[in-house]
Design a protein around this ligand. Structure first.
Ligand code: OAD
Length: 246
């Protein structure tokens, strides 16, 4: 599907000095990853966040939680970034100050080559101690038990943000700053229902930024967005970048 990119948006982007982009699971959908809230295929249609993605779940059954993330990490092995991820890499090269804020834990933006990336919800490829927070890259391949930290003996866990946990402070502060200072803010492939990430677009809007939403469906942000590009990010973002910086 091709879509005419509005000429006003092209103009705004050509003169923008600061652009901030918030992404969600929809940007990875065309890489073959499941989103969270799709009623049929979404992860949360099959699993309950409170059973698998919360500190309480980990305290109750660490092995179940560890295995669920190990399964998701395994499923990422053959997965590659799609044209949407690469279009954001191109956009970063062309905008003087560019910040990519992602809720995704799949590492695909970095894999594609994006540089200034803020991971608000962590990264599934990183593992840290649940007690002393020490990161490790070497947790062995024992599938029988949850591995332990070499430093303090605590249980290891994925470095992702679970339900009820705080977001990483520095990333969140930098994201808020980027949203408040940008000329153009993009919200791409996110349902915009999880806070505090969802409030970033509104913060940008309140500071006078042009807000652009790219999504297959409308969301709570849509009525406030200056531009709503409806469709797939893997198609629309490359089109937009090609049109603006041709
Ligand atoms: P959701 O599953 O809530 O939303 C995905 C959005 O992507 C929906 O609005 C879809 O319409 C849209 N979408 C799907 N395919 C698309 C495509 N090809 N192109 C463009 N848009 C598409 O996922 P998130 O908004 O990322 O949190 O969810 C936010 C947070 O909720 C996640 O980071 C996760 C989850 O609980 C944690 O794990 C902490």
């Amino acid at each position: 599907m091709t879509m005419e990119i509005p000429s006003d948006l092209i103009r705004f982007l050509r003169k923008a000095n600061r652009v901030a982009v918030l992404t969600g699971a929809g940007v990875s959908q065309e890489s073959g990853l499941r989103t969270f809230r799709d009623p049929q295929t979404g992860l949360w249609a099959q699993y309950k966040p409170t059973d698998l993605a919360s500190p309480e779940a980990f305290a109750r059954d660490p092995k179940l939680v560890w295995d669920w993330y190990a399964w998701r990490r395994e499923a990422l092995k053959g997965v590659r970034p799609n044209a949407g991820h690469y279009a954001l890499v191109e956009m970063e090269k062309r905008v003087p100050e560019f910040t990519l804020i992602t809720q995704n834990v799949d590492n695909l933006h970095r894999f594609a080559g994006s540089r200034n990336v803020l991971e608000l919800h962590g990264n599934i490829q990183r593992v840290r101690c649940s007690e002393c927070r020490t990161f490790t890259e070497d947790w062995g391949d024992d599938t029988e038990a949850v591995p332990h930290c070499n430093v303090c003996g605590g249980l290891l866990r994925p470095d992702v943000v679970w339900s009820g946990e705080n977001l990483p402070r520095l990333e969140l502060e930098a994201a808020v700053q980027a949203a408040r200072k940008c000329d153009v803010f993009f919200s791409v492939g996110t349902s915009g229902v999880v806070q505090p990430a969802a409030s970033l677009a509104f913060a940008a809007h309140n500071k006078g930024a042009v807000v652009v939403e790219v999504n297959a469906e409308s969301t709570p942000l849509t009525p406030k967005a200056d531009f709503f590009l409806q469709g797939k990010s893997g198609e629309l973002l490359p089109e937009l970048v090609a049109e603006v910086w041709k």
